[in-house]
Design a protein around this ligand. Structure first.
Ligand SMILES: *Cc1c(COP(=O)(O)O)cnc(C)c1O
Length: 397
């Protein structure tokens, strides 16, 4: 699943380049860095690997989302449509922008249901943010059509689906903008880090400035640069970028391994009557970091999950009860619990949201188990795990 399982000499070499010069900062110090520009190099590698015009590295996937909000002009009073199944960073970034998260049902793709998206559009809607969960994609063709029809921005959160594709296009490069996370458990890692991807020149230039206090990056004297607008420090360090350079060269190998191991588990579970699989709009484009499947009922899914863990089969996730990923336990969002006063428009919108109205999402998530795919399994280990999983689930059906 995560790139850290393939960590080794390649990352060490890149990091040592940085340690040898001691220049840990991505900007400036031109004379002392002996030609090493790891962040710049990684941004170039991202544009080439994913076929996108521009990439701006950030300190995390969360700050990549915040950067996207800022440069795409999302702010106070704007509504952003997001799914009920995602990581908490989705609504954190929307709220940090002063905008309003509009929660919308998922379907059996485990991603946004396009029909529910269309029903949630209001005059205040500014952006639709599909999240490609657990390595596989939302129905991008339908979401694109909806955004075009209603003149909305489309931002893909591809933090969990690096290397996945939809109809041949890399996830994260299809919408007006896209984001990756390189945190420690993602498909490729920098330790911490993220990226904002876009084909839009203006979004990119603004992202370049915004992530570095609004510095315009004109000339070589940082003290003499001007600040055309407000920004933050969302910079990645050279050390983290160096790790990412080692990792990105392994992406093909990571994806190939995930797909192989995923197929082995799937082949065993397919034989169990009662198990069905997550809908994948373009099966060839699955990054295969997880295999997600359904049991016939919530009760059976809970039983199966418990039995898997009891049989020593860790790495099987029941997201329905997980407080990071599913709406059911996002109490801090539902109660608008904040250290500082939130803007009244946002508070009112949260108060008016009926958080018990997501029966469709509950029905899907209640039945879902996701099994992580380890890169370091041998073929024998994958096969052994596959048959043990199938037997265990069979025993509760
Ligand atoms: C990990 C993740 C993020 C945030 O990334 P960080 O680098 O951990 O800040 C955002 N969205 C999704 C779907 C994620 O899985």
């Amino acid at each position: 699943m995560p790139g850290f399982e393939f960590f080794g000499d390649e990352e060490r070499k890149e990091v040592n380049d940085v340690l040898n010069t001691g220049i840990l900062m991505r900007y400036g110090f031109d004379g002392m860095r002996q030609g090493h520009w790891k962040a710049k190099e990684l941004e170039k590698a991202i544009t080439e690997t994913f076929g996108v015009r521009h990439a701006q590295l950030t300190s995390s996937g969360t700050t990549a989302l915040s950067t996207a909000m800022a440069v795409m002009g999302v702010g106070h009073g704007d509504e952003v449509i997001m799914p009920t199944f995602t990581f908490v960073a989705s609504f954190e970034a929307i709220i940090a922008a002063g905008a309003i998260p509009i929660l919308v049902d998922i379907d059996e793709t485990l991603c946004l249901d396009p029909k529910a998206v269309e029903a949630a559009i209001t005059p205040r809607t500014k952006m639709v943010m599909p999240v490609h969960m657990c390595g596989s994609m939302a129905q991008m063709d339908e979401l694109q059509a909806i955004c075009k029809k209603h003149n909305l921005l489309l931002l893909e959160d591809a933090c969990q689906a690096i290397g996945g594709t939809f109809n041949g296009q890399k996830l994260g490069t299809i919408g007006d903008g896209g984001t990756f996370s390189f945190d420690f458990v993602k498909t490729i890692t920098c330790g911490e880090g993220g990226a904002f991807l876009t084909n839009n020149e203006e979004y990119f230039l603004n992202a370049d400035h915004y992530t570095d206090h609004g510095h315009d990056h004109i000339g070589t004297d940082r003290g003499a640069e001007s600040h055309p607008f407000l920004g933050y420090n969302f910079r990645i360090s050279e050390l983290h970028a160096a790790v990412g350079l080692g990792q990105i060269r392994k992406l093909d190998k990571i994806l190939e391994t995930q797909k192989k191991h995923n197929a082995i588990i799937k082949a065993a579970l397919e034989k169990v009557e009662g198990i069905t699989f997550r809908k994948i709009p373009d099966p060839q484009g699955d990054n295969a970091s997880f295999l997600s499947f359904f049991l016939p009922t919530e009760e059976l899914a809970r039983k199966a999950h418990k039995a898997l863990l009891a049989n020593g089969l860790g790495g099987n996730f029941y997201w329905f009860d997980n407080n990071w990923h599913y709406i059911k336990k996002w109490d801090h969002l539902k109660n608008a619990t904040s250290l500082f006063p939130l803007n009244p428009t946002l508070v009112q919108a949260i108060e008016e949201t009926d958080f018990n109205s997501f029966a469709q999402s509950d029905t899907v998530m209640g039945r879902t188990i996701s099994s992580l795919i380890n890169l370091n399994w041998t073929e024998e280990q994958a096969k052994e795990r596959a048959s043990k999983m199938a037997e265990t689930i069979q025993s509760v059906l």
